[in-house]
Ligand binder design. Structure first.
Ligand code: SAH
Length: 211
C-alpha cells in the first residue's frame, strides 16, 4: 500500500520539468494525481517512476513524460472539449479532466473501461463521458472537439477523427507500425497542417474490432 504518494509525485514532476515540461498547470495536476491507483496493486511501488507499466489485457499505462508532453501540446491550443482514443487505465483521462471542461474517451476493451470509470469516480472526476467502441470511428455524435488525443499508435491518421476536429482544433497522435512518430495535426477549414515530432512507442490502435 502506498501511504504517502506526494513526495514521490513531486520527484516525478521535477524529472518531467528537467525533461522540458514547462506548463505549470500540467505539472501541478500530475503532481496531485495518485498514479498508483491506475494500475494493479502489485506494480504500485513503481507508479512514480517515469516508465510505462502493464495494466493487463496486453495494454500499458503510458509513460508519465509522454502523458505530460501530449497534454502540454494540447494545452498550447486552448482546448476545452477533448476526445481521447484509448482510455486504458484512465490516467491520461484523469489528467485531462482536471485541465479542460469536458473529456470524451473511447476504449475497445470493456474490462479496462470499467476499471477506468471506477477510478475516475473515486477521484470525483465527473466531467468525463466514456464509450465502449472503436476509436477509429471517434465519437461523432459528441463532436466536434477542439482537441483530440490518441494514446495508441495508428497505422495512418483515422479520417473520421480529422472530420471531428473543430476549425482551429488540434490532434496529437502517434502514427506508424514498427517505427512510430508523434504527429500534431491542426485543422484550418478544410486544410490539415501536420507537424512531425520525435519517435515514440505505443501499443497499436487495433483496427476496427471490439472486444
Ligand atoms: N492512455 C492510456 C493508454 C492505454 S494503452 C493510459 O495511459 O492508461 C492504449 C489503449 O488503447 C488500450 O487500452 C487499448 O485497448 C486501446 N485501443 C487500442 N485500439 C483501440 C481502438 N481501435 N479503439 C479504442 N481503443 C483502442
Amino acid at each position: 500500500m502506498i501511504q504517502n504518494f506526494q513526495g514521490m509525485a513531486r520527484k516525478l514532476t521535477a524529472k518531467l520539468r528537467a525533461e522540458g515540461i514547462s506548463n505549470p498547470a500540467v505539472l501541478a495536476v500530475i503532481e496531485s494525481t495518485p498514479r498508483h491507483l491506475f494500475m494493479p496493486e502489485s506494480l504500485a511501488h513503481k507508479a512514480y517512476e517515469n516508465t510505462a507499466l502493464p495494466i493487463g489485457q496486453g495494454q500499458t499505462i503510458s509513460q508519465p513524460l509522454m502523458v505530460a508532453s501530449m497534454t502540454q501540446l494540447l494545452m498550447q491550443h486552448d482546448c476545452h472539449k477533448v476526445l481521447e482514443i484509448g482510455t486504458g487505465s484512465g490516467y491520461q483521462t484523469a489528467i485531462l479532466a482536471q485541465l479542460v471542461d469536458q473529456v470524451f474517451s473511447v476504449e475497445r476493451i470493456a474490462e479496462l473501461q470499467y476499471q477506468a470509470k471506477r477510478r475516475l469516480k473515486k477521484l470525483d472526476l465527473h466531467n468525463v463521458a466514456m464509450r465502449h467502441g472503436d476509436g477509429w470511428q471517434g465519437w461523432k455524435t459528441k463532436g466536434p472537439f477542439d482537441g483530440i488525443i490518441v494514446t495508441a499508435a495508428a497505422s495512418e491518421i483515422p479520417p473520421a477523427l480529422l472530420q471531428q476536429l473543430t476549425d482551429g482544433g488540434v490532434m496529437v497522435i502517434p502514427v506508424g507500425t514498427t517505427s512510430q512518430r508523434l504527429i500534431v495535426v491542426r485543422r484550418f477549414g478544410d486544410e490539415f497542417e501536420q507537424k512531425e515530432l520525435g519517435q515514440v512507442k505505443f501499443v497499436p490502435l487495433v483496427p476496427g474490432a471490439t472486444v
